[in-house]
Design a protein around this ligand. Structure first.
Ligand SMILES: Cc1ncc(C[n+]2csc(CCO)c2C)c(N)n1
Length: 221
């Protein structure tokens, strides 16, 4: 079985609580309150800044030039592409770059991003990629599922662009590469003990993703 499938199976409840969160259901059927989405978007901007740092750490932790180059592409994808898309999406929701910059991080944002960075600092490249994987691969799976349901791409669904972005081929390819990377780094060398450690990292990242959705709901009231 692929490393990612094994991690998902081992962290089943945490994976489901993240990918089937109430916030996700609200994106899918369009019933998520706009205020919750705005809160989420602002925090996601701050989240992406920290995620660029996590990918930069993956450059540092790479042992081969190929690993360093692929992590470098991750840094560039966030800094040069994702953040611009994000600013445009925010503008459509009435959020200016000034407002994004001026908002402090929510606790859920700090907790999640610093967990990923700390995992990478004390561990190796596989630990770091496992910590990144619920984010990178989870969004692709969530969006694929939402886009496949009629409500997910209905013209009246205000979140259809968000869904379409992550369900699109370009992003699905990014997620497929992340799945392949985990196999590449871990498939032939995982002892049971190592796998347990990786599962703990993966499950914690899933719980922190779920907390991030929950923050969108709670802090917009
Ligand atoms: C809380 C949160 N989790 C995951 C993502 C998705 N995401 C963040 S960085 C990245 C990789 C970019 O190449 C992806 C898909 C998000 N935006 N916000």
């Amino acid at each position: 079985m692929r490393v990612f499938e094994r991690l998902k199976a081992a962290a089943g409840d945490d994976w489901r609580s993240y990918t089937e969160h109430r916030f996700v259901a609200g994106l899918g059927d369009g019933t998520l309150p706009a205020a919750a989405f705005r809160t989420y978007l602002v925090q996601d901007y701050l989240f992406l800044i920290q995620f660029a740092r996590a990918y930069a750490l993956a450059v540092f932790k790479g042992r081969t030039l190929a690993d360093m180059r692929s992590a470098h592409r991750g840094v560039s994808a966030i800094l040069d592409v994702e953040m611009d898309l994000h600013v445009k999406l925010c503008a459509a929701w009435g959020l200016s770059p000034e407002m994004l910059e001026a908002t402090p991080e929510a606790r859920a944002t700090t907790a999640y991003t610093r967990f990923v960075i700390d995992t990478g600092l004390r561990g190796d490249l596989l630990d770091l990629h496992v910590a990144l994987s619920p984010c990178v691969i989870g969004y692709a799976e969530i969006a694929r599922r939402l886009a496949a349901a009629p409500a997910g791409s209905a013209p009246e669904n205000p979140y259809r662009e968000w869904i379409a972005e992550y369900a699109g081929d370009a992003y699905q390819d990014v997620a497929a590469s992340a799945i392949a990377k985990l196999d590449d780094l871990g498939a032939y060398s995982l002892t049971e003990r190592r796998f347990e450690g990786l599962t703990a990292i993966f499950a914690q990242a899933c719980r922190l993703e779920a907390d991030f959705w929950q923050m969108g709901l709670d802090e917009s009231r």
